[in-house]
Design a protein around this ligand. Sequence first.
Ligand SMILES: NC(=O)C1=CN([C@@H]2O[C@H](COP(=O)(O)OP(=O)(O)OC[C@H]3O[C@@H](n4cnc5c(N)ncnc54)[C@H](OP(=O)(O)O)[C@@H]3O)[C@@H](O)[C@H]2O)C=CC1
Ligand SMILES: Cc1cn([C@H]2C[C@H](O)[C@@H](COP(=O)(O)OP(=O)(O)O[C@H]3O[C@@H](C)C(=O)[C@@H](O)[C@H]3O)O2)c(=O)[nH]c1=O
Length: 279
Amino acid sequence: MKFLITGANGQLAREFLMTLNTHDVIALSKEHLDISNPNAVSNAISQHKPDVVLNCAAYNSVDRAEDDFDSAFRTNAIGVRNLATACKMHNTLIVHYSTDYVFDGEKNDFYTEEDKPNPINKYGESKLLGEKYLTEETDNFLLFRVSWVFGKGKQNFLYKLSEWAKKNNVLTIVCDQISVPTYTVDIVKFTLLSIKEGLRGTYHLTNSGCASRYEVARYYLEKIGLTNLILPVNSEDFHEKANRPHFSVMSNVKLSKALKLSIPSWKEGIEKFIKRGMK
Ligand SMILES: NC(=O)C1=CN([C@@H]2O[C@H](COP(=O)(O)OP(=O)(O)OC[C@H]3O[C@@H](n4cnc5c(N)ncnc54)[C@H](OP(=O)(O)O)[C@@H]3O)[C@@H](O)[C@H]2O)C=CC1
Ligand SMILES: Cc1cn([C@H]2C[C@H](O)[C@@H](COP(=O)(O)OP(=O)(O)O[C@H]3O[C@@H](C)C(=O)[C@@H](O)[C@H]3O)O2)c(=O)[nH]c1=O
């Protein structure tokens, strides 16, 4: 099976590259394939004729998207539509990733695939439009909503935490944002199993369990031997541009039933990540 990976310098793409046999993979970074360019996308799919496109490209700057919706929209919505159109032409499976931030966080229970999204920030809006364009354009898709992704890379909360911890003895961490930290290794594993099993459609792919940012910080920093004082605070204490959902935990039951497998907890994910040297 031949894979084409977009956004090849990102943290999820790099995890795929570490797992897949490189003979079967075409990996294109933004420099080599900007997914917002329809001709470039069409040419890349025609030229490489992959069986599967793994779309790991995204505009992920949640705060910046508030003032620069155009950039977020171009990559997270138009880019996805370009890929979906080209994949449909060649009957290629497209695997795409969305986010817990498509939900408003008001449900106070785990979100299922049946729940109606209602984003409360511009990044979430752009990702929801990407979902819409994907599902309107083709049936041959796997759409995974993931949350609080961590792995080798900098676009994640654990990396940011360790940077904050190096600079400050006392950390103030929000306790009113609850979701599921999800390890790139598990995203890759369950994506590849889903492809192998022939699944299609929308699934929530998160590690199991849930936690506030404050709980994650305490767990992670203790595990890596840092003794910073960590104080719980509310989101309103940070004057961030973007609103973030208070409770965006997604249930992974649909995926776990479809694969007849249980998905490891976020704590197991973090332990595995640390054992691998946080690489
Ligand atoms: N990180 C997280 O916490 C979460 C991520 N997700 C989703 O998971 C998926 C993987 O994210 P992750 O690996 O963490 O993201 P990263 O930010 O690590 O990687 C995204 C990559 O996409 C590239 N990119 C940006 N715009 C374009 C474009 N127009 N064309 C091609 N490439 C582009 C970026 O390049 P450059 O850096 O040069 O712009 C970057 O290399 C994304 O769909 C993301 O939205 C969902 C929930 C949480
Ligand atoms: C600076 C600082 C921030 N925070 C909090 C405020 C804010 O909610 C959060 C910001 O961390 P991040 O930048 O990792 O959060 P954010 O970029 O919002 O993370 C999100 O990214 C996108 C791509 C997703 O799809 C989501 O699933 C989620 O992972 O950290 C603290 O608690 N203490 C601090 O000292």
